[in-house]
Design a protein around this ligand. Structure first.
Ligand code: HEC
Length: 188
């Protein structure tokens, strides 16, 4: 009898703890709201990065702009993350900065989905985290000055890319190709 109670208690503890950390599934309305938030944050981020890259190219050409991106792309992304209380990243299967590699199983599954669906979506991960993903394309000719073929990238620029990023994989793209994805983790 006493054994039965102990087993019952243990089961309660085990199953009870499974519930902890498991949040309620998002409703369709909530998902829509997260998509809207993610779209506006990633559009804002994209706008800031583009503006800075264009200014840097105007100021000192693509070579100068590589130095600028190397120093500032992640700090700018982190400061916008802090502003919105989220965690923003740009990830790619052919990443330039090693910090932007796809490393987790969740991110590789999201990458497969981005490749086949090509639109933004929300994932609620096992941890309960709500994460937004959106494709990034080489939407304009400027992207190819630093991510195109070796004929499209100035030789001095390519040399600097290889110096700053010895494991660079982010070249050889054509206009309109899938270059990477935005990942925005919402902290609730
Ligand atoms: C002046 C050169 C330059 C131009 C132009 C440029 N990029 Fe990049 N890009 C870089 C550099 C340098 C990095 C690595 C930044 C870092 O260290 O965080 C990078 C990183 C990225 C990343 C993050 C993933 C990775 O590979 O590390 C994405 C996505 C990306 N660029 C997309 C684009 C798109 C889309 C365009 C056009 C709208 C573009 N880039 C234009 C130089 C450039």
């Amino acid at each position: 009898m006493q054994k039965g109670i102990i087993v019952l208690l243990l089961l309660t503890v085990v199953f009870g703890s499974c519930q902890i950390g498991q949040k309620q599934k998002l409703t369709e309305q909530q998902e829509k709201e997260y998509i809207i938030k993610g779209d506006s944050i990633s559009d804002f981020m994209q706008g800031i990065l583009l503006k800075h890259v264009a200014n840097a190219i105007n100021h000192g050409g693509t070579e100068f702009a590589i130095g600028f991106c190397n120093m500032n792309a992640i700090p700018i992304t982190d400061s916008v993350s802090a502003l919105y209380h989220v965690q923003i990243q740009r990830l790619s299967d052919k990443n330039r900065n090693p910090d932007n590699a796809i490393k987790t199983l969740e991110d590789s599954l999201a990458w497969q989905k981005i490749k086949s669906s090509s639109s933004s979506f929300i994932e609620q991960q096992a941890s309960g985290d709500i994460v937004y993903y959106k494709p990034i394309k080489t939407g304009m000719p400027t992207c190819l000055k630093c991510h195109g073929s070796s004929a499209e990238i100035e030789s001095k620029t390519l040399a600097l890319i290889n110096e700053k990023y010895p494991d660079d994989k982010a070249v050889g793209y054509s206009q309109g190709d899938l270059r990477g994805m935005w990942k925005i983790k919402f902290s609730e």
